[in-house]
Structure formats: structure tokens, C-alpha cells
Write a new protein. Structure first.
Length: 575
């Protein structure tokens, strides 16, 4: 953090302290993530750890030992490619055993994983690769044609590894000019090689998250951040070695990685990893595999309600609850889901900057209490702060606000990130008062036990959260403003039953120009993937502004209310 001022360093240290416990006073019994992995392998050996459902080749099962051998082969390969402690390793992938092994292999040798979301546009992917100084990239063969040019234009990237399907016959694999992952690791040793000593302070992940400037910010998480948050999640949800979690969220996101990969490893359980979420398979896999807990985003609850499965066909008697966060959950959706499926939703909240979850509803609430916190306050409660961190509500000057008063949600504790990578201004602003400033507005209510139950009411920062993914409206504004014939254009995140929020556009057209909704959407598709593009365009001349002339985006949201229940799907032949 050589680019961070002494004052900001002091504030970051305060924000990474919980109570009087500094971040150097570790609250986990492991020396690093590799130490956790080795001890769990020694303890559980042939016990099932990972079950992977591939959309291409079906079900695959790995014991702790089998997975560890795959990780060691991959780690030895990385070392053979010159990857050292602190080097950045990018993954351009989807949920797969290979991807998980690549993550753990990098962590085993003290390298830093940079997950790439292939749903991002090319410009943003290029920025992330260049900003992070990635040295090696694991790329699924399906994505290689798209990202090859981007990788070749990134000076730091020295090695590209093509990841083909292990289950495809070798004669059918198209390898080309790049090393094939499975061929490359086949001759590596299935045990630890001569790896560098790794510490809890080593950087582990740089996760890029959208910022209000439009450029993504690199969230630097340490090995300790990951372990202490996994410990908190496991303990809060009462997970034991005989219990199983299921992962349906992408592992390029901290939710998929921390909650349903590292957490099961931490408590010595097992995990069912899905390549993708399929609402038609969701309850069948919970039943077949004996799953106890799944982590989702609100969008998936809506998809499951729409699927309306015949629950008499599934024995989910062992299933305990659903963890839900990473996007706006409404009281209406929460109650509707619980009434339909009789499955408790343990609502929670956190950010990439806080590793993953910072708070949850308690799991031991009575049914009446649980329902009260979900529906009686206008917003479903995001719960109570987990032990590695604390939360409160601040005003603009960093002063704590009393119960029931809206302000900014702030967090401090051992799961707070090390810093934003190479972004001194963002660090200075986000840690200004010795807490991490979330940019989210909320309030709290206290229960009879004195616990603070928090609520999120909106975002001070103007991010659009669609299906748990952050979208900066400012980068969409820029495209709209540059469209021929447009006088002014604003991206507007509006409430949507399917994705929590969807992207709309409010457009003011220049005099004498005629534009249609289709014209605007087609123009935006030249710059953005479907997920980021406006789905609805409203034309008008009355953009609300403040007294200083700033556009008031939030006041445009109600104009999109009629599209609240509409599910927008990408046209099959869209480009």
C-alpha cells in the first residue's frame, strides 16, 4: 500500500479492527488456506468433498484426497511456469472443478487469484487484466476466441493456458498453440512440491467490483480475510462436518467462492457445485445429494417461484434454509417464497470489500420473530452483525446515528479488505472515518436482547444491482450521451421482480430528431452485453435536477413501475 497516505493507512487499520482486537490478532487456528486444506485432507481423506454437476458431462465426485491431488498437480504446474508468491493468476471460466482447483492451487503457493466475469464487456475485461498485472491466465476453450486478443494486448500476461474438458476424449480436443491444462498437469506430482511459505497476510483474491466512476475497483482480500469470514459463516449457520452446502452462484463472485466453497472446507463438510443454476434441477439436486443449505440471490427465488415445481416429488426433509443476499430482496418476495416452499430465508448482507457476508438474520429465531423481521418494517432485515465485524449507521460526517434514523451503513472488522488495489482516492474516501463506508443507506432496530437488526433502504452510491451483479449507471450514461440525436440520457435502475433491479434508460432527444426505443437499445448493444443494456426506454424532456444542476436519477425510478413484473430475456439471435 505504498500509494496510501499515512492518515489513510491509519484509518484502514481502524476499519480492520473489531472491538479492541487488531487484525494481527488472528481468530482462526490455521496458518493459511493451504494449512486448512492439508489438515482437512488428513482428517477426512476419502470422504466426499466436492460433487460437480457439469451441463456437458453430468455428475462427478471428488474426495478430499482426490481434490487435494488435483490442487497439488496444478500448484506444481504453476511453479513450473515461474509463478511465484504474490503473482496474479487470472481465470476466465465458469463454475467447474478445474476452476476451483486453480483457485486453491494459486492460494497454496501464495499467488493471487483474479477472477474474470465473462459477462463483462471486452473493454472492462481488458482493464481488469491490465490493472491487476495478471501474469498467467487459465481460459476455458469456449472463451478463448473472444479474449485472446485482449490477453495478447496485456503486456503482463506471459502465459495463456487453454482449459478443455477433461472428460472429452483427447483425440477430440482442439489444443492449438496453447498448453492444455489437463495435459500439462498430468505429469505433475500429486503432492506438495517446494512451495514458498505463505502467511495469513498474503493477498489471495483481487475481485473487481463496479464503482461510481464506471471503472471497476480491485478489492484486495487476504488469506486471513477469507478464512475468518468462512469461519463466521460456518458458525453462524451451525454447519457441521456431516452437512452439505450447494453452490449455484458463479464462483467469480465472492458469494460463490466464500460461502459455498471455502466455508464447507472450513467446517469439514461437502459441497455440490453446479455449473449453472437451473430452476428445474434445483430441488431435485437438493433431494438427491442431501443438501442442507444453499446460498442464492433474490433473483433465483423469483425463478423458483415461476418454476412452481411439484414439491411432492422431492424429499428435502434434511434441507435447513436458504441464505439470500447480494441484491435487493423485497418483503413481498421473501414472504411469497416462504409461504410457497416452507423454507426459511436467512437474509444477509455484505460486500466484496467485506470479503462476503457481514450480517445475517439469526437462525434460531422463532417462526413469528423471523417473519416479523422479514416483513414488519417496510424492508426485510439483513440481520445482525457476525462476530468478526461490527456495523453501525453514520451520518455524512462519520458520526453514529441513533436507532431508526437513516444513514450510511458502515462496517469494521477482520473481514474488511486490505485495500482497493492501486486506487488511493478510493481508499481515502471509503475509509475516511476509520470504518469501511458501504455507500448503502440503512437503519437499525434493536430487539429485546439488545441486538441491532439492520435494514438496507437504498444506495447512496448509484450502482444498479441486477441479479447480484453491480452495474455502474455512469458508463451507460456515457454511451447514451454520445448517441447521435440524444440531448441527454440517464441509466435508471428500476425495481424488478426477477432480478431485483433492471436497467432502464430515460432519454431526451434533440429537437427535430426521431428515435425509437429499438434504436436506443440496438445502439447500446454495440457497447454492452445484454445484462447491462437498457431493457426499457422512456422518452421525455423533464429530467429532474438539483438546485446545483445535478440530475436526480432516483426520481426517475417510479416512471418504470409498470415493468416491475416483466422478465426480460435476450433475443435468441442477438449479437
Amino acid at each position: 500500500m505504498s500509494d496510501v497516505s499515512p492518515a489513510t493507512k491509519s484509518n484502514i487499520l481502524k476499519a480492520r479492527t473489531v472491538g479492541a482486537i487488531p487484525p494481527s490478532q488472528y481468530q482462526v487456528p490455521y496458518k493459511d488456506i493451504g494449512d486448512l486444506l492439508r489438515k482437512q485432507v488428513k482428517t477426512y481423506g476419502e470422504k466426499t468433498w466436492l460433487i460437480f454437476y457439469s451441463d456437458e458431462s453430468g455428475r462427478h465426485e471428488f474426495s478430499y484426497m482426490q481434490f487435494y491431488e488435483l490442487v497439488c498437480r496444478t500448484a506444481n504446474f504453476l511453479v513450473s511456469q515461474g509463478i511465484k508468491r504474490g503473482d496474479r493468476v487470472a481465470t476466465v471460466a465458469y463454475n467447474h472443478t478445474d476452476t476451483v482447483a486453480q483457485y486453491f492451487a494459486a492460494l497454496l503457493i501464495g499467488a493471487v487469484v483474479v477472477p474474470i466475469n465473462i459477462g463483462e464487456d471486452d473493454k472492462r475485461i481488458g482493464y481488469i487484466l491490465q490493472d491487476s498485472n495478471a501474469r498467467l491466465a487459465f481460459v476455458r476453450e469456449e472463451f478463448l476466441d473472444r479474449v485472446e486478443t485482449i490477453l495478447m494486448q496485456t503486456p503482463s500476461v506471459e502465459t495463456i493456458i487453454r482449459v478443455t474438458s477433461e472428460h472429452r476424449p483427447a483425440s477430440l480436443r482442439v489444443i492449438g498453440k496453447y498448453l492444455d491444462f489437463h495435459s500439462a498437469i498430468r505429469n505433475q506430482k500429486p503432492e506438495m512440491g517446494s512451495f514458498p511459505e505463505v502467511s495469513l497476510e498474503d493477498e489471495a483474491l483481487i475481485v473487481y467490483t463496479s464503482g461510481t466512476t464506471g471503472l471497476p475497483k480491485g478489492v484486495v482480500l487476504t488469506q486471513y480475510n477469507i478464512l475468518v469470514d468462512a469461519k463466521a459463516i460456518a458458525e453462524w449457520h451451525g454447519m457441521t462436518p456431516d452437512q452439505r452446502m450447494m453452490c449455484v452462484l458463479p464462483v467469480h463472485h465472492v458469494n460463490g467462492t466464500i460461502v459455498t466453497l471455502v466455508t464447507p472446507l472450513y467446517y469439514g463438510g461437502s459441497v455440490v457445485l453446479n455449473q449453472k443454476f437451473h430452476s428445474s434441477e434445483f430441488f431435485d439436486r437438493i433431494s438427491t445429494e442431501g443438501v442442507h443449505v444453499v446460498s442464492v440471490v433474490p433473483t433465483l427465488l423469483q425463478f423458483l417461484l415461476h418454476e412452481n415445481p411439484d414439491m411432492s416429488k422431492h424429499d428435502i426433509s434434511q434441507f435447513r434454509h436458504i441464505i439470500c443476499g447480494a441484491g435487493p430482496l423485497t418483503c413481498e418476495l421473501a414472504i411469497k417464497f416462504e409461504d410457497r416452499f416452507h423454507i426459511p430465508i436467512i437474509h444477509g448482507y455484505g460486500l466484496s470489500e467485506t470479503t462476503c457476508y457481514s450480517c445475517f438474520l439469526p437462525v434460531d429465531l422463532s417462526p413469528d420473530e423471523h417473519r416479523r423481521w422479514l416483513k414488519d418494517f417496510g424492508f426485510p432485515s439483513i440481520g445482525v452483525a457476525v462476530p468478526p465485524n461490527e456495523m453501525t449507521i453514520h451520518d455524512d460526517d462519520g458520526e453514529a446515528l441513533p436507532e431508526g434514523v437513516k444513514g450510511e451503513i458502515v462496517i469494521r472488522g477482520h473481514n474488511v479488505m486490505k485495500c482497493y488495489y492501486a486506487n488511493p482516492r478510493a481508499n481515502e474516501e471509503s475509509f475516511a472515518h476509520g470504518w469501511f463506508r458501504s455507500g448503502d443507506e440503512g437503519f437499525y432496530k434493536t430487539d429485546s436482547k439488545g441486538r441491532k437488526f439492520f435494514f438496507i433502504t437504498g444506495r447512496i452510491k448509484e450502482l444498479i444491482i441486477r441479479g447480484g451483479a453491480n452495474i455502474s449507471p455512469f458508463e451507460i450514461d456515457e454511451v447514451l450521451m454520445n448517441m447521435p440525436g440524444v440531448k441527454a440520457g440517464l441509466a435508471v435502475g428500476f425495481v424488478n421482480d426477477w432480478y431485483g433491479e433492471e436497467v432502464g434508460a430515460y432519454v431526451q432527444v434533440k429537437d427535430g430528431i426521431k428515435l425509437s426505443e429499438e434504436d436506443v437499445i440496438k445502439y447500446c448493444r454495440k457497447f454492452f452485453p445484454f445484462q447491462k443494456c437498457p431493457k426499457v426506454v422512456i422518452f421525455g424532456n423533464d429530467i429532474p435536477v438539483t438546485s446545483t444542476g445535478k440530475y436526480q436519477r432516483s426520481r426517475l425510478k417510479p416512471r418504470f413501475n409498470q415493468w416491475k413484473s416483466v422478465q426480460f430475456s435476450e433475443p435468441k439471435n442477438a449479437h
